[in-house]
Design a protein around this ligand. Structure first.
Ligand code: MSP
Length: 510
């Protein structure tokens, strides 16, 4: 059996969940569900990044201790992911004791291996990024991400000897050509390393809300150095050797493009310094933009959108959970930037969900009701749809394996489209009941059965509803994909239920 370990970035607990963070989480969830469907032993991790000055400041403003404050903020993510039907196996919070222990063990190991030393650091710091910038990296003197002023910070710090890893990283990249996908993002990491690596400061004395440096207790680890290690904490680094052996290094980190450097350069170097293999894969996606700007808490007001408008719960309350999941996965090819808009959600909803999938489900149930006494018929072996279905099953599988949810869904919708066209061609609603209608309806039902399986990673609730409407028991997510995702397995005689429309059309004002 294969294993699949997938992670999202751990989100800043200070920011409320929004559709940008939901984008990574839904992608990771669909991938985890796909891997469970094909029988892989799967571990799906998400969580919250809770240390640093920004969090301490917010807590103070709230009149709370940082721990009490993050207990509240983490809950917002737990609830948001619950609303979006996210199937994470673990939720890690960096303020947890297990994480403190792992971080201290991991960084002590790097220290003992001679890759951490003390020096004075002065630099331009963006409090929102929790990161230093070189003067050249600033845009009009501001942080390039937040477009806000940076401050000059001077500290005595512990440094990580990143410069020692230039050649090792380049060699690792060369030997692992799929370490970072897509290739364009990998190229960014490669050129960054080729441009020369400077040692980096990894501790702060100005901050107390963080993980104490065990060999120098005036310092805490800089938040990024603590955060990256979450991926190892969750699999028991420092406490459960067997679990680490089991899941590491075959991890798949899903990250947005602004954190390539951390995941594709620092993180593998840190692993090497600690005597571990670097992570196997980093899959980089683009940004959801509104009016051409990255969507997120700090940016929201700049583009005239309220954060509450883009809270996952607001969106799911208006459109439903699966339509939002579908939109996030289908609209923007993984790796590209995409424009987020309500018009875009409505267009996808009406075209793909209401007109295509919803319509197919409704038509099949109606005709089976009127021409087949409400009982399902078996598919035929020589159906034209069979060839389409077999091809689509291949394509869907390949697309998920290549981290391309949009292609997986596009392919599934080819099958849905073909089944609708087949119904129109035969117009069984105009025929007398009998073998010809039975054959057409058996084939359409078989397409619905396959569709339910194929879309279950993306739209688990819808998949299950379709499954039950055509009379099948259990869940499409629980079948053995290899055994069941092939033509001809829908059994004759099941009760087909008409039900409410799955996706009532949305009237748009446009
Ligand atoms: N805490 C760090 C990550 C540490 S991981 C060891 C962090 N947190 S964050 O809250 O800012 O979340 C960043 C991630 O959220 C991005 O990398 C991306 O995955 C997701 N997104 C946030 N806004 C986004 C968009 N507008 N569009 C797509 N994804 C976005 O960075």
């Amino acid at each position: 059996m294969s294993r699949f370990f997938v992670t999202t970035p751990i989100y800043y607990g200070n920011d409320a969940p929004h559709v940008g963070s939901a984008y990574s989480t839904v992608n990771a969830d669909a991938l985890a569900r796909w891997h469970r469907l094909v029988g892989d032993e799967t571990l799906f991790l998400t969580g919250t990044d809770e240390h640093g000055q920004k969090v301490a400041d917010s807590a103070e403003q709230q009149g709370l201790s940082p721990q009490a404050w993050t207990d509240q903020t983490a809950q917002r993510f737990i609830e948001a992911w619950d609303d979006l039907n996210i199937s994470n196996d673990d939720f890690i919070r960096t303020s947890e004791r297990r994480h403190h222990e792992s971080v201290q063990k991991f960084l002590t190991k790097i220290y003992e291996n001679g890759f951490i030393y003390k020096d004075v650091y002065e630099g331009l710091y963006c409090v929102s990024c929790e990161d230093y910038y070189t003067p050249e990296a600033l845009v009009n003197g501001n942080c390039p991400v937040h477009e806000r002023p940076v401050i000059t910070m001077q500290e005595e710090n512990w440094f990580f000897r990143l410069s020692a890893f230039e050649d090792k990283l380049l060699q690792y990249y060369e030997e692992h050509p799929t370490f970072t996908t897509p290739q364009t993002k990998f190229n960014e990491a490669i050129s960054f390393v080729k441009g020369g690596l400077k040692d980096i400061s990894i501790t702060r004395t100005s901050i107390t809300w963080g993980i104490t440096v065990p060999w120098d207790e005036k310092h805490v680890f800089y938040v990024w150095y603590d955060a990256l290690i979450n991926y190892l904490t969750a699999i028991g680094y420092g406490s459960d050797h067997d679990e680490v052996e089991k899941w590491w290094p075959s991890s798949n980190h899903i990250v947005g493009k602004e954190i390539i450097r951390f995941h594709c350069v620092w993180w593998p170097a840190m692993c090497m310094a600690a005597g571990l293999e670097p992570p196997a894969h980093v899959h980089v996606h683009g940004w959801l933009l509104v009016g051409g700007k990255k969507l997120g808490k700090s940016m929201a007001s700049d583009v005239g959108i309220k954060l509450t408008d883009i809270a996952p719960r607001t969106l799911t309350a208006e459109f439903g959970v699966d339509p939002i999941r579908y939109y996030l996965l289908r609209e923007t090819p993984f790796g590209n930037d995409g424009e987020f808009s309500f018009e875009g959600i409505i267009a996808r909803y009406n075209t793909d969900l209401a007109n295509n999938l919803g319509n197919l489900v409704a038509r099949v149930a109606t005709v089976v009701g009127s021409k087949c006494d409400g009982r399902g018929r078996a598919p035929t072996i020589d159906a034209e749809l069979r060839a389409v279905a077999n091809e689509v099953v291949q394509q869907v599988g390949a697309a998920w394996e290549e981290f391309a949810p949009h292609r997986a869904l596009e392919a599934a919708w080819q099958l849905i489209g073909a089944a609708n066209a087949d119904l129109e061609k035969h117009a069984p609603w105009k025929m007398e009941s009998g073998p010809e209608v039975d054959a057409v309806m058996g084939n359409a039902l078989e397409v619905l059965r396959l569709t339910a399986i194929l879309i279950s990673p993306a739209m688990p609730e819808t998949a299950e509803k379709i499954w039950h409407r055509i009379g099948l028991q259990g869940s499409p997510a629980d079948v053995s994909f290899r055994g069941e995702a092939s033509w001809g397995r829908y059994p004759e005689g099941l009760l087909v239920e008409k039900g409410e429309p799955l996706f009532p059309r949305i009237k748009s004002d446009a």
